[in-house]
Design a protein around this ligand. Sequence first.
Ligand code: FES
Ligand SMILES: [Fe+2]
Length: 437
Amino acid sequence: MVSGESAGGRVRTPLERAPVPELGTELIPKERYLSRDYAEEEHRRLWSRVWHLAGFERDILESGDYLTYEIGRESILVVRQASGGVAAFHNVCQHRGTRLVEPGRGSARSFTCQFHAWRYGIDGALERALDPETFSQGCPAESLGLTPVLADCWGGFVWVNLDPAADPLRRYLDVIPEHLDPYHFEEMSILNEYTIEIECNWKTSMDAFHEAYHILGTHPDTLDVNDDVNVPIDCYRRHSRMLLKLGVASPRHAEYGKVSKRIREHFLATAGIDPESFEGEASEVRPAIARAVREIQGPALGADFSELDDAQLVDDFHYSVFPNLTFNIFGRSAWLFRHRPHPTDPDRMYFDFFNLLRAPKARIARPEREFHVATDELLLEPVGGGGELLAQDTYNLPRIQRGMHSAGFRGLHLGNQEIRIRHFHATLNEYIPPERT
Ligand code: FES
Ligand SMILES: [Fe+2]
């Protein structure tokens, strides 16, 4: 059987281990988190060349529907075309450089610049320049259209690339479609969307979600419901994953091997199993949850989970897509985090959080994005139980960033449980060779 296929020919997420890459043991230089020069190199050499998840296809279904994506100093305008395709442009008027469309989503027949009223079609063509006869050089529509940006779709997401010569999206995504197609992200609705401004570098945030090693220190209250010790990790070409078992207590926890109170009350109950009448052993919890998700949740949500393995319906399959996406995927639901840099300040970032549910039958209204500034009191509810976890992580992030500035800190000393961070930095080095910085 070919990897990624089931006996029935349906695509399945490969579960076998990838080879462990040889990535050395050196310190990761701290300067790349702190220096303005490195942040500038990222804008020049990284953000300008990678594929970005700009938004959700479901937000631009009709001709003229648009969304914007802000990355560094760039704003990208993504528009559904009359042909049904998706096009993207730099969101800037070609007359004097005014930002054409305010950040957000909407629907338009054309885009008119608020400064001198030049008008562009949804295909980016210049439709009208006011008083064109007063321009001695002319206003040729051929050269004054919006500057195009590559756009493509996968997984119900719209992706853009600022490099006109970029590799196609599918080649860039590598194993990701094969691994994640069975989850059907295109059927997922957005239950919550937050953007949180945090006083840390965007990579400080990526790192924090690239390992389970921090669970004991940062989320000790979760050790009765997840196994933070036996965590398979796979590194691919650019992207990586770790598989975090849920519905079992950690070997570090007193209730290891038992059905803890919270497994009973949270995991069993939310899967639709009566926690009082469940008499199984600890080893029977996860199969029981998987069965309930298939047989009870699936029909209720209108979702067919037959392409997913039992573990995928219970555990946290955690994927990262280089450079700035992390997915916690729970089968019927998922959290997507997008880690965006601040345009000029390496000590700041924007953390976009999307809480997703696969409920194709339900009519779930698209919420407006909420904006927060991370503080010690940040508590984000309701996020499907994840608000407290996220608050714990975002509490750490500014403290890590401030600590890295200390002359007493030499660089990141990483263990094997943190190999995804090392792998991430090795990939980053391909875009920004270390000798340049
Ligand atoms: S800057 Fe846009 S019309 Fe003048
Ligand atoms: Fe965390």
